[in-house]
Write a protein that binds this ligand. Structure first.
Ligand code: SAM
Length: 276
């Protein structure tokens, strides 16, 4: 059963793959479980496949859509919802999500995201996560698997560590290509991201943690001693209680934070000499 009106041609450059599978749409809405007290934000509503169901349940919904051909269609479709529905014709990558907050209610963010910008967009949101209660996204399955992976797993790396730094990650279910029009070339999955109110392993300097994680995974198959040579020695790693002969995928998030905090506190050699 197709929900897509015929007047809009899907555009590749906006990553448009419209959901049309009613069963999958219902399952997504059930997972989100919108409530009348919720302030929802939908990124990329497209032709409104999820929007309509969300509007029926939630207290208010703000939508952010880049393709300027779509808002007029959505405005007329959802006219009867009045002020409950607002649409912003903007790029979600540059959008100030905090500006949407009107009261103490944190935002519940949802989106079937364009795959080419999904990870960048999620990191943009995670840096503003103090105003967000939770996020439900449709992403490329492989990206969800990397986000949810733990130490020792093949696909554990920078994306999973930095996502899990900010929030709890739950892979909910997979969605096949036939659920979309046009069908994408890859499988998709729904993920729930719940930002922590208190970070379980907070780094003194987030930029340093990002550098440590990126440098640790320069060569996946090499040891920490080799990859981290530009930042600290194998002996320093041992002193921190971390085996320098391990591969980066063996390390947990708190261990990466330990290395990062050590480097944040370590004075550059020139400063050491001055204070001696
Ligand atoms: N939510 C609809 C659905 O499930 O059928 C559409 C999903 S489609 C995969 C992605 C949507 O995001 C499109 O409507 C596209 O125009 C929009 N989009 C693409 N880039 C965007 C951006 N940078 N900011 C906001 N919306 C964007």
């Amino acid at each position: 059963m197709s929900k897509r009106p015929p007047m809009h041609q899907a555009r590749k450059r906006f990553g448009q793959n419209f959901l049309h599978d009613a069963g999958i749409i219902r399952r997504i809405i059930r997972s989100i479980a919108p409530h009348e007290s919720d302030h929802m934000v939908e990124i990329g509503p497209g032709l409104g496949a999820l929007t309509e169901e969300l509007l029926d349940e939630a207290g208010a919904l703000d939508a952010i859509e880049l393709d300027r051909d779509l808002p007029p269609i959505l405005r007329s479709k959802f006219f009867s919802y009045g002020d409950k529905f607002r649409i912003f014709e903007q790029d979600a990558m540059k959008f100030d999500f905090e500006s949407l907050r009107e009261d103490e209610r944190p935002l519940r963010v949802v989106g079937n995201l364009p795959y080419n910008i999904s990870t960048q967009l999620i990191f943009h949101l995670l840096h503003h996560s103090n105003c967000i209660l939770d996020m439900h996204f449709m992403l490329q399955k492989e990206v969800v698997d990397r986000m949810a992976a733990g130490p020792g797993e093949n696909n554990y790396g920078r994306l999973g560590i930095m996502t899990q730094y900010w929030c709890k990650v739950e892979k909910l279910f997979e969605v096949p290509p036939e659920s979309f029009n046009p069908a994408p070339k890859v499988d998709s999955a729904i993920v729930r991201l719940t930002p922590y109110t208190t970070l379980p392993a907070e780094a003194k300097d987030i930029k340093m943690l990002e550098t440590v994680v990126r440098t640790s995974f320069t060569m996946r198959r090499k040891t920490l001693r080799n990859n981290l040579k530009p930042l600290l020695s194998g002996d320093e790693l041992s002193e921190l209680g971390i085996d320098p002969s391990l591969r980066p995928e063996r390390l947990s998030l708190p261990e990466f934070v330990t290395i990062s905090d050590y480097l944040s506190e370590k004075k550059p050699a020139s400063e050491e000499a001055e204070s001696a």
